[in-house]
Design a protein around this ligand. Structure first.
Ligand code: UD1
Length: 420
C-alpha cells in the first residue's frame, strides 16, 4: 500500500483550487435514482467514495459515464435494487440509496453497514422514518429489506439531527403520496444542495437549511444537470495548513458562507482571514492563541474538522480543549499524534492539548479519513520526516491532496508500494 512522506518545516504559500464536496456528491448521485434519464453532475471530486457510490449505481442498473469532473448517470432503466455488503462495508453513505430505491421501486435490499472506526453509527433513525412513511422493514442475514408500494407523507421528528437520515427522508418523500414534515432536520450545506437538485428535478422541498423541512410528494421526477457545491472540509483542512508555520494561502472555488464556524474559530486563534465571494485568503500568525471547541451539528463546529484543529492546538501557545459531541470514538488520531511527541490528555469526550508541542517525524498510521489529514498537517510542523501509512483513507475524501500541497510548497510525496 502507498505511503505519504512529509518533510516538516515548510510553510504553505500560493493558491489552491478546492474540489467539489464529497458529502454533497454522494447523496446527489443517489438522488439520480429518483429521476429516470441522463443526469449530469459537474464539479464531482475524483475520490474513492465517489467511485464506490457510482459502482453501486452501476450494480443497480444505471449507465455511468465518467468524464471527471463531469459524471453522467443514466437511470432510465434500473433493475436491481440491491446494495451488497462488499460496497456498503467500505462506505456507509451507501445507505443513502435506501430512500430513493424504495420510492422508485417499492423495494430495496441494502446491507447493514456494521460498525466503523469512529463509532457505532446506527441507521435506526433512517429505518424508523421510512416505517413512519408506511414501509415494512425486515432484517434478514445482515441485510435490511424495505418494502412499500407507495410511501406516504408523515411527520418525522429526529431525536438527533442526522445528515444521512434527513437526506434519505427528503429523497423518499419527494415521490411519496402527500406531505412530509421533517423536524430537527440536519442543516448542513449539503442538505441544501440536495434540495436544490431535487427541486430542479421537479420535487417540492421547502425549508432545507433550516431545522424544519417540508416535502410535498410528486408523481415523477425528471433528469437534470447540477453542479456540486465546494468541499468545505477540504477547504477547512487547507486553511489549517495555511495557518501553521505562518503560511499564506488563497483558497479558490469555495463558499465562505459554508465555513462560518471554522472561520470564527480560526480568527479566535489569531489567524487572519479575508473572505471574498468565492475565495478565502488565510494568513498564519507568528503566535497561535489556544482555544476551546465543541463539535456540533451545522451551523456549529463540524466534527469533520476536529482532528485537523487538534494540530492547530498543538501549534498554539497554551492549553486548548477540544470536545467531540457527535461521535463517541473519534479520537483515534490522538495516540498517533502522541507518538509524534504531542501532549494530549483525553478525559471522556474532551481532549486537553498543551502547546506549542515539539513534534518529531516518525511513521504513523491513518485510522480514518479526517484523522489522515490531521497526520499530514502534523507532518508539516514536525521536525524531520513523517511517514503516513494506510493512505487509502485519504483517497476516500481528498482529491489530489499531495499535488495540491506540493503546489503550495510543501515537501511531500506519495511513495507507491512497489518502491518500499
Ligand atoms: C455525515 C457525514 C460525515 C459527518 C457526519 C456528521 C456524509 C456522507 N457523511 O455522516 O462526514 O461526520 O454527517 O456531520 O455526509 N445517528 C443515530 N441513528 C441514525 C443515524 C445517526 O443514532 O440512524 C447518530 C450518529 O451515530 C451520530 C449522529 O446521529 O452520533 C449524527 O450522525 P449523522 O449526521 O447521521 O452522520 P452521517 O450522515 O452518517
Amino acid at each position: 500500500m502507498d505511503k505519504i512522506v512529509i518533510e516538516g518545516g515548510s510553510s504553505l504559500r500560493g493558491k489552491v483550487l478546492i474540489s467539489g464536496a464529497k458529502n454533497a456528491a454522494l447523496p446527489l448521485i443517489c438522488a439520480t435514482i429518483l429521476a429516470p434519464g441522463k443526469n449530469i453532475l459537474t464539479n464531482v471530486p475524483r475520490l474513492g467514495d465517489v467511485r464506490t457510490v457510482l459502482k453501486l449505481l452501476a450494480i443497480i442498473g444505471a449507465e455511468v459515464d465518467l468524464e471527471w469532473p463531469r459524471v453522467v448517470v443514466d437511470t432510465s432503466e434500473l433493475d436491481n435494487p440491491v446494495a451488497p455488503y462488499e460496497l456498503v462495508k467500505t462506505m456507509r453513505a451507501a445507505i443513502l440509496v435506501l430512500g430513493p430505491l424504495v420510492a422508485r421501486y417499492g423495494h430495496a435490499k441494502v446491507s447493514l453497514p456494521g460498525g466503523c472506526a469512529i463509532g457505532a453509527r446506527p441507521i435506526n433513525l433512517h429505518l424508523k422514518a421510512l416505517e413512519a412513511m408506511g414501509a415494512t422493514i425486515e432484517i434478514k442475514r445482515g441485510y435490511v429489506e424495505v418494502t412499500c408500494d407507495r410511501l406516504r407523507g408523515a411527520r418525522i421528528d429526529f431525536p438527533v439531527a442526522t445528515v444521512g437520515g434527513t437526506e434519505n427522508v427528503m429523497m423518499a418523500a419527494s415521490l411519496a403520496l402527500g406531505v412530509t414534515h421533517i423536524h430537527n432536520a440536519a442543516r448542513e450545506p449539503e442538505i441544501e444542495d440536495l434540495a436544490n437538485m431535487l427541486n430542479a428535478m421537479g420535487a417540492k422541498v421547502e425549508g432545507a437549511g433550516t431545522s424544519t423541512i417540508v416535502i410535498t410528494g410528486v408523481d415523477s421526477l425528471h433528469a437534470v444537470e447540477h453542479r456540486v457545491i465546494p468541499d468545505r472540509i477540504e477547504a477547512g483542512t487547507f486553511m489549517i495548513g495555511a495557518a501553521l508555520n505562518q503560511g499564506e494561502v488563497e483558497l479558490q472555488g469555495v463558499n465562505p458562507s459554508h465555513l462560518t464556524s471554522v472561520i470564527d474559530h480560526l480568527r479566535r486563534a489569531g489567524v487572519t482571514i479575508e473572505t471574498r465571494t468565492d475565495s478565502i485568503l488565510v494568513r498564519g500568525p507568528s503566535k497561535i492563541t489556544p482555544f476551546e471547541i465543541v463539535t456540533e451539528p451545522h451551523p456549529g463546529f463540524p466534527t469533520d474538522m476536529q482532528a485537523q484543529f487538534m494540530v492547530l492546538a498543538l501549534a498554539a501557545h497554551g492549553k486548548s480543549i477540544i470536545t467531540e459531541s457527535i461521535f463517541e470514538n473519534r479520537f483515534m488520531h490522538v495516540p498517533e499524534l502522541v507518538r509524534m511527541g504531542a501532549q494530549i490528555d483525553v478525559q471522556s469526550r474532551a481532549a486537553h492539548l498543551l502547546g506549542p508541542a515539539f513534534l518529531e517525524g516518525t511513521t504513523v498510521m491513518a485510522t480514518d479519513l479526517r484523522a489522515s489529514a490531521s497526520l499530514i498537517l502534523a507532518g508539516l510542523i514536525a521536525e524531520g520526516t513523517t511517514q503516513v501509512l494506510r493512505v487509502y483513507h485519504l483517497d476516500r475524501g481528498y482529491e489530489n491532496i499531495v499535488d495540491k500541497l506540493q503546489g503550495l510548497g510543501a515537501r511531500i510525496s506519495r511513495v507507491p508500494s512497489e518502491l518500499f
